[in-house]
Write a protein that binds this ligand. Structure first.
Ligand SMILES: [Zn+2]
Length: 544
């Protein structure tokens, strides 16, 4: 065959054609579900659908552009076409989503079982969507630009594609972001990213199984401080969810969203606290680790012990009570109570979830019956969106009108903020009730009590046309990064740990971050260990 008969095109044309083909030819299941998830099919809906098609084409194009080099692009496209053809066949035939467990089934199935899945229809699909486009790519002559000019061109196409994708995402974020969050199955339907992610996750999972968790702070001991009282202590660490400092009146919000906490004279509020990440899956393991934001990596956090382990090494009993979706590894080796699953008849549970006050159930009994120093983590559901209106009992529906759907595009900006502010009102009530409970225990049980509260990350409520959270940290707006942080201590607690309240109040206005939490908890509870860094302990300067 003469080469001159082959079509000749530039790599940019090829990546754009291939991206469009991937989005259009293999993704019928995705688009069917996408249209249902974002509402319905109508003329008014067309811009959203068209915009989303272009958005995904541009994302695929950006990544293919990174690979648009001689000896790389063609083999990559051929592998993608063939593998995606197989995936598409199985998704359509079995209506399955492609996730880690599917890859696990595939890898761990023996040949005998696998051959039962083969059929003529599979062969046809693979020929039509895999082999034919591959042949076309194989026969195409591509004029790769070379040298610095070539790199510059690729850089331009990459940046251009990403820019278009980001602009489209911003333009449609009010519908797109909540729909994608509520319909997580969509990301298991979009191919080829679904199986690439699934394979990646499977490999990680296999490796994680063999990871030996490195010990941390095994030298930790409780030091006795000064001549204060010696009663045992119970420290509550309340981990908030999606609460942003911007909507706490204690942090300067114009609306009174902290009416109850404002009446707590001994509460110390820290108005300048930065989160470690913009999503629970990052912030939570990060804040309980000693890695700090700059050095944080998921794999590293899971491969070593964290704050709660060090506290246990020092002799503190630790319990994690959860009304959220788990602790993301932060509580792996401590006692754990799942309070997120509704129990019939429980006064705090409605439909399929429970209000945060359930986290306080039986807490006075636990505090009474614990004979040792104890640290209890309460993990709130807090202000988790987009269904803000589901997070609080009816009596906290005080800012109205309220957005009562997850389709935020159907709500006014005001009603979205109202719903969110009601969640903050409820958290205000929950925290105040926690403090009152700790006061009562301190008075009746001779126990030194304290509460530390911080949120995992903030939330966007339409500023810069952004919603929810999870923006890359570097580009994340302040609303997603600035979180509330506060501290309440009983007199006995301050006496035992020799902490100076007025000194702390004075220093509360300084800028802090999640990086301070690990060392501050150790410092506050007078834990001596080689992994403690005094420079990051925000209580350090206030120990008498
Ligand atoms: Zn979160």
């Amino acid at each position: 065959m003469k080469l001159t008969t082959s079509p000749r095109i530039g790599p940019a044309t090829l990546t754009l054609l291939a991206s469009t083909f991937l989005v259009a030819a293999y993704n019928t299941a995705f688009w069917r579900n996408f249209i249902i998830a974002t509402g319905h099919f109508s003329l008014g809906h067309l811009p959203l659908i068209a915009g989303s098609v272009v958005l995904i084409v541009m994302l695929f194009n950006a990544f293919l552009t990174l690979a648009s080099f001689r000896y790389v692009l063609k083999p990559l496209l051929i592998v993608l076409f063939v593998a995606t053809a197989f995936t598409t066949y199985f998704m359509n035939k079995y209506g399955t989503q492609i996730d880690r467990s599917m890859i696990q089934n595939l890898v761990e199935t023996d040949i005998g079982e696998a051959t039962e899945l083969l059929s003529w229809k599979l062969l046809m699909t693979v020929v039509l969507l895999g082999v034919l486009p591959s042949l076309l790519v194989w026969r195409t002559r591509i004029d790769f630009p070379v040298g610095p000019r070539g790199l510059l061109r690729r850089g331009g196409f990459f940046a251009g594609s990403l820019t278009i994708a980001v602009l489209l995402l911003l333009a449609f974020s009010k519908t797109l972001v909540p729909s994608l969050r509520e319909h997580r199955e969509l990301r298991f339907l979009l191919t080829p990213t679904n199986y690439i992610q699934a394979i990646n996750s499977y490999v990680k999972f296999k490796r994680a199984k063999t990871v030996v968790v490195a010990p941390l702070g095994t030298d930790a001991v409780k030091a006795v401080r000064g001549s204060g009282n010696r009663d045992r202590s119970v420290t509550l660490i309340v981990v908030g969810e999606t609460a942003r400092a911007a909507n706490f009146s204690l942090d300067g919000y114009v609306r009174m969203t902290n009416p109850e906490l404002a009446g707590q004279p001994d509460l110390i509020n820290f108005p300048h606290m930065q989160s470690c990440g913009t999503a629970t899956a990052v912030s939570l393991p990060c804040v309980f680790s000693n890695l700090g934001r700059e050095n944080y990596a998921d794999a590293q956090a899971y491969a070593q012990q964290g704050l709660l382990d060090v506290l246990q090494h020092a002799g503190y009993k630790v319990l994690w009570r959860d009304n959220n979706s788990g602790c993301k590894g932060a509580c792996a080796r401590v006692a754990y109570e799942d309070l997120a699953k509704p129990v019939p008849g429980n006064q705090w549970c409605v439909n399929d979830e429970c209000y945060d006050e359930r986290l306080l159930e039986k807490l006075p009994d636990m505090i009474r019956d614990a004979h040792d120093d104890m640290v209890i983590v309460l993990h709130q559901k807090g202000s988790h969106g987009p269904a803000y209106y589901k997070r609080y009992p009816a009596s906290f529906k005080r800012f109205v009108p309220v957005c009562e759907t997850i389709e935020l595009d159907k709500c006014s900006a005001e009603s979205i903020v109202n719903a969110y502010d009601n969640t903050i009102l409820y958290t205000d009530h929950f925290l105040n009730k926690t403090i009152e409970l700790l006061k009562a225990s301190a008075a009746s049980e001779h126990v030194n009590t304290a509460m530390m509260y911080f949120s995992d990350h903030g939330e966007s409520l339409g500023e810069h046309n952004m919603y929810l959270h999870g923006a890359p940290f570097m580009f994340a707006p302040a609303e997603q990064r600035e979180v509330p942080f506060m501290m309440w201590m009983s007199d006995g607690f301050r006496s035992r740990y020799q902490l100076d309240q007025s000194c702390l109040k004075e220093r509360a206005g300084l800028p802090y971050s999640h990086d301070n939490v690990f060392h501050s908890v150790l410092g506050m509870l007078s834990v001596k260990t080689s992994v403690y860094k005094p420079a990051l302990d925000l209580f350090g300067a206030c120990v008498k």
